[in-house]
Write a protein of this length. Structure first.
Ligand code: NDP
Length: 448
């Protein structure tokens, strides 16, 4: 889509020129700017005060060498990143991703999305993201520990409980957060809530592990109910078998659905009787094995090589929970031809723009990641509150707050879409509602 507003077109051109070779970042910015057309028409002051030019430029980019020694005694060098994108409404907040595909453009796209997502939670957190091209897969615990310690030795200079609070993402779970936290505490000699997703014995919040997946289902449930439907009796296809996917599968089943697939980057499993979530937890969380192990214990289930095939399985609801751009136009059309009624994004930017267009054109319910996967970061912010108070809420208390936050996000995104003449378009609604909150704060701060 091209822009009607000349100013937005110029901002987009500048983003592409200044950030060459970073298509994921361009894609994320393009989607937000497209949503802002009606906002600019109503609020031309955002042009004068420069908030749109500013919001697409990170406040700070930190890039560093991460040297570590592998089990064979060989020195390995990785790259570390932290992008502190926007602190208008609170300290930078966003995960760390350890995956070989990580480069500056991936972290920039994720950090940019995080600004709006964090604003949507209603909690005081700015946007940031970080990570490394380190691949934890196949590494021993000691190698992961040495890497995390080296990574934190540099990162510690730039973060803090009131400055920038990282968390997990792809490849960064409880084990990695533990090693990172231990090294930070040692370097700084302080016990603060500098990271979230911590273990329960040292300041973690109950329900943080479950939060993104559960929150995704709470959001999808609110969206379905608003349209006279629910999870009850529905067939659900889920991609991924990591943190988000596992807890989305668990909650979808509790809400009455049958989840029939899960995947990893090698292939997917189809279980006509419904996925056994306890078995997936054992394979992925305890044994750290591949999803194809699933069929060894469940002979009626099938394993198929190639993760894209997961979208050919007939379903009512699709929850992409693996990675960016995993649903392309072709997969979207297959889902639609098979009668999908709702797609809710658990991963960040899992649908390509062409796929989103196909879903919207077909008039099905579509929940964009910024809104529907905000439960993880929202619960991270609740972890920060508990750390500041030096107090812990019960699982039920945190889960109830998460539920309310997700239902509120749905209603706020839905209301913003309606107010700006795009009723039912939650992509636009989420972008607009998130943007307005941050833009007002930026405007109030002056030129900074
Ligand atoms: P995990 O590392 O726990 O799991 C990721 C899953 O996705 C694994 O099954 C992995 O398979 C699969 N996957 C990763 N990369 C690819 C790829 N290129 N192609 C196909 N499959 C892939 O990560 P999370 O569950 O934490 O994160 C999943 C998504 O959710 C990401 O987009 C993340 O940014 C987003 N997210 C996560 C939040 C959280 O709280 N954890 C919060 C909000 C968003 P394999 O094991 O083969 O790599």
């Amino acid at each position: 889509m091209s822009f009607q507003n000349q100013y937005l077109a110029e901002v987009m051109d500048k983003v592409i020129a200044r950030n060459p070779g970073e298509p994921e970042f361009h894609q994320a910015v393009q989607e937000v700017l497209e949503s802002l057309e009606p906002v600019i028409a109503k609020h031309p002051e955002y042009i004068t005060c420069g908030v749109i030019d500013s919001i697409v430029e990170p406040e700070r980019i930190i890039k560093f060498r991460v040297p570590w020694v592998d089990d064979q005694g060989k020195v390995q060098i990785n790259r570390g990143f932290r992008i502190q994108f926007n602190s208008a409404i609170g300290p930078y907040k966003g995960g760390l991703r350890f995956h070989p595909s990580v480069y500056e453009g991936i972290i920039k796209f994720l950090g940019f999305e995080q600004i709006f997502k964090n604003a949507l939670t209603g909690l005081p957190i700015g946007g940031g993201k970080g990570g490394s091209d380190f691949d934890p897969k196949g590494k021993s615990d000691m190698e992961v520990m040495r890497f995390c310690q080296s990574f934190m030795t540099e990162l510690a200079k730039y973060i803090g409980a009131d400055t920038d609070v990282p968390a997990g993402d792809i490849g960064v779970g409880g084990r990695e957060i533990g090693y990172l936290f231990g090294q930070y505490k040692r370097l700084r000699d302080e016990f603060t809530g500098v990271l979230t997703g911590k273990g329960l014995t040292y300041g973690g919040s109950l329900a943080r592990t479950e939060a993104t997946g559960y929150g995704l289902c709470y959001f999808a449930d609110a969206m379905l109910r608003d349209h006279g439907s629910s999870f009850e009796g529905k067939t659900v296809v889920i991609s991924g078998s990591g943190n988000v996917a596992i807890y989305a599968a668990e909650k979808a089943a509790v809400l009455g659905a049958k989840v029939v697939t899960m995947s990893d980057s090698n292939g997917y499993v189809y279980d006509p009787d419904g996925i056994d979530v306890a078995l997936v937890k054992d394979i992925k969380e305890v044994r750290r094995a591949r999803i194809k192990e699933y069929v060894v214990a469940r002979p009626k289930a099938e394993y198929h090589e190639g993760c894209k095939g997961v979208w050919t399985v007939k379903c009512d609801i699709a929850l992409p929970c693996a990675t960016q751009n995993e649903i392309d136009e072709e997969s979207a059309k297959i889902l639609l031809a098979n009668g999908v009624q709702a797609v809710a994004e658990g991963a960040n930017m899992p649908s390509t723009p062409e796929a989103i267009h196909a879903f919207q054109k077909a008039g099905i319910l579509f929940a964009p990641a910024k809104a529907s996967n905000a439960g993880g970061v929202a619960t991270s912010a609740l972890e920060m509150s508990q750390n500041s108070m030096r107090y812990s809420w019960t699982f039920e208390e945190v889960d109830a707050k998460l539920h309310d936050i997700m239902v509120n996000i749905y209603h706020n995104a839905s209301a913003a879409a309606k107010e700006y003449g795009m009723e039912g378009n939650l992509v636009a609604g989420a972008n607009i509602a998130g943007f307005l909150k941050v833009a007002e704060a930026m405007k109030a701060h002056g030129v900074v």
